[in-house]
Design a protein around this ligand. Structure first.
Ligand code: G3H
Length: 521
C-alpha cells in the first residue's frame, strides 16, 4: 500500500553556513507514479528552489572563503577534529532514515528493500570512510629517510570540489563523492540530481550544524544554470561526477585552465555477461537476472549485453526468459515489486525505440511478456539475435531491455569489448579452468573488474570502483576515494643536528596539525 504523501515545498538552500530562505522561482518535483483514478497522471511531490548563476557564484565564494587558499580552518584542522564533525553528521543523518527512504521511493521509484539498502549502505560508507581515514593518518604519522633527507608525508586537500550525482543512486553515489571530499579537508558545492532531489532536503540541517560555514554548500536548480557558470570561473579545483561522459566533457571543457582541474568520474558502461558452454545454468540465470534487471537495469554496473555460447544458448534463453517473466512488478511499497515503474518520463518511449529498431533489423522478442507497456513501464524484452548495427547494441540502454548475442569463438565478445567505448566490468560464467584462465588474463586488460559467475556490481564499497575509456576516471572505493580527493604533500628536511632538534621541538610543542605523530584511536 502506498503511504499518504504530504508534498514537500522546500524553500531553503545551504550557503556559507546558513539555511537561506528562497523567495524566487521554484521547480515542481514529480514522480512518474500514477495518481489518477482513471487513466494516467504523474504525481506531484513538492517543489524546490530554482536557483541560478547568482546563487551559484555566492556559494562558490563561500567555499573559496572557507578554503582560503588552504589557510582556512577546515583544510588546516586536525584530522581528529574533522573526523569528529563527520561522526556528528552521520549520527544526525541516521535519525532521518525513514523520511529519506520514503522520498527515495517516491522520487526514483526504487523498491523498498533497495531503498533502505541505499540509505544503510551510505551510513556504512561514511563509517568506513572515517576508519579508512584514521588508517591513512596513522600510516602517515611517521618519518621516512632516503639519501640523507627525512620526509613526513601526508595527503592534503585540493581546494573547492563540485559534486554532481546520478538519479539512480541519488544518495549513495553522491555521498560517495561528497563525504571523502569533505573529510579530506576540501570545501564543497553540491547540487542534487534532477530526479532524487527532495530526499536530500531532510539532511540540510545536519550539514549546516555539523560542519564549519562554507565547507558544504547545497544548491537546487538546473545543472546548466548552476554547474556551467561555476566551471566557467576556473575556480573549481575538482569536478566530481557520477553520470554520463557527455555532461562530464561539456562541463570540463568550460574550465578555462584544464590543467588545474582534477576530475573524479564514474561514467556510463555497457558491461557484458559472457556465458560459456559449461556454465552452471541455475546460477547463471539467477546472476543474469540480478545483473540485467536490478532496479530495472538502471545501474551503471548493470549487465547490458549478454554473449551466450551456441552450445548453451537454447537452454539459457528458455530458462532466462521464464525467469524474466516471473519477476514481480509494482509500486516500490509492494512487497512483491522487484521491477518498478521508471522514474524518467520519456524512458519507456526510448526503450520502445530500441526494441523497434532491433526488430526491424532482425531480432525477435524471446519472452512472452517482453515489450508489454504499463503506466511508465515496459516489460523487459529479451532480444535475440542482436547485431552490431542495432541501437540496443551501440547505446547504453540504462533500462529494462536485454540484448543477447550468441558466439562460437571467444574472440567475438573479446573483439567487441576491445572496440567498445566502455571498459568498466564484465561477468564471465563457466567452470573450465583452461578457458577461464585465458579469458581472465585478457578481460582484466579490457575492463577493471572481472566477475566470475557473479553479476557485475560496485560493492562491497571497499573494493576499487573505476573504469577504462568512457567509463570513468580516478578510482572510488572507501580508501581510493580519499586518495582521489587529495594530493600528497610533505615536509622534507636534510639530516643535520639543527633540523633534528627543530623538528623534535615542533613535535613536542604539539602545535602543528600536519607535523605530528598522533595516533587516532
Ligand atoms: O550506477 C552505478 C552504480 O555504481 C552501481 O552500483 O553495482 O552497487 O548497483 P551497484
Amino acid at each position: 500500500m502506498r503511504p499518504l504523501l504530504t508534498p514537500v515545498e522546500h524553500r531553503t538552500y545551504l550557503i556559507d553556513g546558513s539555511l537561506v530562505e528562497w523567495a524566487g522561482a521554484t521547480q515542481d518535483v514529480f514522480s512518474t507514479l500514477n495518481s489518477a483514478e482513471v487513466g494516467y497522471a504523474k504525481t506531484r511531490l513538492g517543489s524546490i528552489p530554482d536557483l541560478g548563476e547568482k546563487e551559484a557564484i555566492a556559494a562558490l565564494d563561500s567555499a573559496l572563503k572557507a578554503y582560503d587558499h588552504g589557510k582556512g580552518t577546515w583544510p588546516t584542522m586536525k584530522v581528529r577534529d574533522r573526523i569528529a564533525c563527520m561522526v556528528n553528521f552521520v549520527e544526525q543523518m541516521k535519525t532521518k532514515r525513514e523520511e529519506v527512504v520514503q522520498l527515495l521511493m517516491w522520487e526514483i521509484i526504487k523498491n523498498k528493500p533497495d531503498a533502505y539498502k541505499e540509505f544503510d549502505r551510505t551510513i556504512e560508507y561514511i563509517y568506513d570512510t572515517i576508519e579508512a581515514y584514521k588508517d591513512l593518518d596513522r600510516e602517515a604519522g611517521q618519518f621516512e629517510k632516503h639519501s640523507g633527507v627525512y620526509a613526513h608525508i601526508r595527503r592534503g586537500p585540493l581546494g573547492v570540489v563540485l559534486c554532481l550525482g546520478p538519479y539512480n543512486y541519488p544518495l549513495n553515489e553522491t555521498f560517495s563523492l561528497l563525504i571523502p571530499a569533505i573529510i579530506m579537508g576540501n570545501t564543497t558545492l553540491f547540487k542534487p540530481a534532477k530526479h532524487g532531489v527532495l530526499l536530500i532536503t531532510p539532511l540540510l540541517e545536519a550539514f549546516q550544524q555539523c560542519f564549519p560555514k562554507g565547507v558544504v554548500n547545497i544548491l537546487f536548480g538546473r545543472g546548466r544554470s548552476i554547474a556551467a557558470p561555476l566551471m566557467k570561473t576556473g575556480k573549481i579545483d575538482v569536478l566530481s561526477i557520477i553520470g554520463h561522459s557527455r555532461s562530464a566533457n561539456a562541463l570540463q571543457e568550460l574550465h578555462p585552465k584544464g590543467n588545474r582541474l582534477r576530475t573524479v568520474y564514474g561514467l556510463e558502461a555497457k558491461n557484458p555477461g559472457i556465458i560459456l558452454p559449461d556454465a552452471d545454468l541455475d546460477l547463471t540465470v539467477s546472476e543474469c537476472i540480478s545483473g540485467t534487471l536490478s532496479y530495472n537495469g538502471q545501474r551503471c554496473t548493470a549487465l547490458k549485453i549478454l554473449y551466450v555460447h551456441e552450445q548453451i544458448k537454447s537452454r539459457f534463453l528458455t530458462a532466462f526468459c521464464e525467469a524474466v517473466d516471473a519477476l514481480g512488478f509494482g509500486d516500490p511499497w509492494d512487497e512483491k515489486a522487484w521491477l518498478t515503474p521508471l522514474p524518467e518520463p520519456n524512458k519507456v518511449d526510448y526503450i520502445q525505440e530500441l526494441i523497434d529498431d532491433a526488430l526491424a533489423k532482425g531480432a525477435k522478442i524471446m519472452n512472452a511478456k517482453g515489450g508489454q507497456r504499463f503506466d511508465n513501464f515496459i516489460w523487459p524484452a529479451v532480444l535475440y539475435p542482436v547485431s552490431r548495427d542495432m541501437r540496443v547494441y551501440q547505446e547504453e540502454q540504462f533500462g529494462p531491455v536485454i540484448p543477447v548475442i550468441s558466439f562460437e569463438n571467444f574472440d567475438t565478445p573479446l573483439d567487441d569489448m576491445a572496440t567498445s567505448d566502455y571498459g568498466q566490468q564484465v561477468s564471465v560464467f563457466g567452470r573450465d579452468p583452461n578457458q577461464l584462465a585465458h579469458l581472465i588474463d585478457v578481460l582484466v586488460n579490457l575492463v577493471c573488474r572481472v566477475n566470475l559467475n557473479s553479476a557485475c556490481q560496485r560493492g562491497p564499497d571497499v573494493y576499487p570502483f573505476t573504469g577504462r575509456k568512457d567509463s570513468g576516471q580516478a578510482t572510488l572505493s572507501v580508501k581510493d576515494a580519499l586518495r582521489s580527493f587529495s594530493i600528497r604533500t610533505f615536509l622534507a628536511f636534510k639530516e643535520n643536528d639543527v633540523n633534528k632538534a627543530t623538528v623534535r621541538d615542533i613535535l613536542e610543542a604539539d602545535q602543528s596539525n600536519f607535523l605530528n605523530t598522533d595516533f587516532i584511536f
